[in-house]
Write a protein that binds this ligand. Sequence first.
Ligand code: ABC
Ligand code: CA
Length: 462
Amino acid sequence: ATPAQWRSRSIYQVLTDRFARSDGSTSAPCDTADRVYCGGTYEGIIDQLDYIQGMGFTAIWISPIVQNIAGTPSSGEAYHGYWAQDLYRLNPHFGSSSSLKALSAALHARNMYLMLDVAPNHFAHAGHGATTDFSRFVPFDSASYFHPFCWIRDYTNQTEVEECWLGDNTVALADVNTSLESVRHTYSAWIAGVVAEYEIDGLRVDTAKHVDAEFWTAFLAAAGVFSLGEVLDGNATYTCRYQGVLDSVLNYPVYYTLVRGFSGSGSLVELARMGARVADMCADSTLVGSFSENHDMPRFAAHSKDLAMAKNVLAYTILADGIPIIYAGQEQHFTGGFDPANREAVWLSSYTTDSPLYRHIAALNQLRNHAIAVETIEKTRVLGAGNSFLVLRKGRVVTLLTNSRNKATRKVVGTGYGRGERVVDVLACVEALVGTGGVMKVVVEKGLPKVGMCFLRGREER
Ligand code: ABC
Ligand code: CA
């Protein structure tokens, strides 16, 4: 699918190993600290698509699919899928080729998209970089396909970021020499084959900043589908530069200010400014990947257990600029901290659909899906911002966020609504009438976000 087709989507991120098992178990143990496979599969995901779709998601992102190394006693197993060993085999822990095809077909039958995580930057060696046995890698089976070993130490040195190695003394990530013509050719042929065989709709591109831009240009042209790059950097100038090389990037710059803003250590003015900065610096902020949790960062609840703040964060993630990405388990208010604690098995929640955040996400996605169906996607406008509040408008959706539990009445100006129009507070399910000049008085309390949409009857019914 194209960037334009992805713009209106909403993505649910699963770590394949941690979302659902083929046996449908809701009790199979999974101690994240062990860093071993817990048994999640493609078949398991297929069986839980109602749970995902019930929240209004229209796409899922799954872990890398290729065969990985076995792992080591000290570093654990490659349950996350990022430790590639053989490009031409699938990771057997996640299921067979036919079950991956069945997942793709099941998604498409629901008009949902499949986004695949790909990590061509490296292959993994279970040991120190200096001892790498290249002969085990398929198809790049000699040192000549790789950059000479060196650890990345200075992240401000772009050559080092691209050519030295990620990983550590227990698992070295041998850095592929992506400037070689033969490597480019092999990878382009590989991704074209994978996209065709599994009918992949889009790619989440791992370690985008660790690979030269020319490699991506060829690779992504061969893939022919939307690409969302992981550029792990909070600096908008740096990160936005990659939207152009790739179709889009994960919105790390906003991520950091979002989490700070609602977990007691930041101001919402800072969040508003970063949102505007990304809109300014990035080629198209309506395409960036908007997220508040993922498998690399601590869960939001590891910063703040306050459910109301989690609701604000989700409202921003889903309703501000970008394609929303919610990380599996976020709907169950999981609390895991840094990797590996943030990779809890979702089945242990019994996939309950009446948890507060499950319902909250469902309401927000439904609103977004509806708004997108009836009006074109505009960029977010900031109607007001202070240390403790932020008012956003996107088309006919007005969102009032707060990081304070104090009760306050906010006068919202610039809604674009007409006097006497009917506005539905979507989260509280109550109606209000718009005052003169489109002004609305909104009461915020208990730290809860307010989301209103003014329905235009004519367009709504078209
Ligand atoms: C393993 C162990 C963990 C252990 C870790 C150090 O090593 O399992 O217990 O804590 C995979 C696995 C991981 C595994 C790694 C390494 O491989 O999932 O469990 O960790 O073996 C992607 C994926 C990620 C994946 C890989 C590797 C890459 O999302 O899941 O990890 O395929 C860098 C990369 C980024 C990568 C990330 C993990 O590391 O750039 O692509 N993610 C700075 C740098 C970043 C750097 C980051 C973390 O530190 O600029 O480039 O990310 O090391 C902001 C700044 C940022 C700064 C952050 C920390 O602060 O603006 O620039 O990021 O303010
Ligand atoms: Ca590299």
